[in-house]
Design a protein around this ligand. Sequence first.
Ligand code: DP6
Length: 360
Amino acid sequence: MTEKDFISKPYSKTLVSGSFTWSSPSNIALVKYWGKKEYQIPENPSVSFTLDYCKTTTTLSFSEKDENEEFSFDVFLDGEQKDDFKPKIEMFFKRIEGYLPFLKAYHFKIETSNSFPHSSGIASSASGMSALALCLMSIEKQLSNDVSDAHFNQKASFLSRLGSGSACRSIDGDLIVWGTHQEIVGSSDLYGIKYLHDVHENFKNYQDTILLVDKGEKQVSSTVGHDLMHNHPYATRRFEQAHENMSKLISIFKTGNLDGFIKIVESEALTLHSMMMTSMPYFILMKPNTLEIINSIWAYRTKTNSKICFTLDAGANVHVLYPENEKETVMEFIKKELITYCQNGHYISDQIGFGAQLIL
Ligand code: DP6
């Protein structure tokens, strides 16, 4: 598939107005996407668990307008107009205009809400952009006669990527790969695909408890962070390492080797943060409590032989990952020893989910 395959064929139907609602999840990367080329092309492949609870629900209402050179839309978060969201969506519309020729033919009302608190430090760009892309695809499906389910999902992922890279991993499936990898047939830089190799049942219903260490705005936006990988002294080696880690994960997923899984996942998180510490300008995204949590997880693992581990996004919050069969014991440990490091004691219990849903 190339970009050209996502250019719409002439539509066979017309639509005056309507609305669609999609609920789309966030995801947590195991091998991280960090560094991109022009047009949101990742420098390396990444793989993520889709989350189940952390979701954005978006209703997109549309009504015909005079077609001119302007995009026309209003955005609401939890019923409140949010003009500060508009520049990001305007940029998204510009990037995808060539693939959705109806964008200037309608006025849109975008009503969105998150299952997690807005000020939780949890990025909503993956769930938000994918929910919007899915709503737009629902319009295209109505206008066109021949959109298969496979094409629908693939194009929704392709469009989501142009809104926010990681959003392309939030469409369909529990384990998603984005970025071309030699050993993963069908993998692409243009969209995310379901990971179809063998996955051991150790990974079924994998748990993710998100510890909210810092609920403030991100210190560095991921767009700025990705840019810092240009001319980064360690970038080339880092991108190679991501390919190697993906290869290792293929056999780990197959055999259910949780010790191997822990090594890759924690190393990926610390590598992402190391990249930020060694760029120019440089940043430390962890907070003292992030380190307290990591050390407590390591001590607990040594003491109990648990398969608990952590991963991080580009911020101070910690995702605590563990197999389903440790759900009760690890939750007890989290409540007893880790919640004290969270802002106002806040955390979110989540687990692997299966992708976005159309809400009727
Ligand atoms: C650290 O997808 O937020 O979460 O493409 O600029 O929108 P943009 O970046 P974004 O980057 C996410 C980076 C990450 C790692 C990951 O999810 O793979």
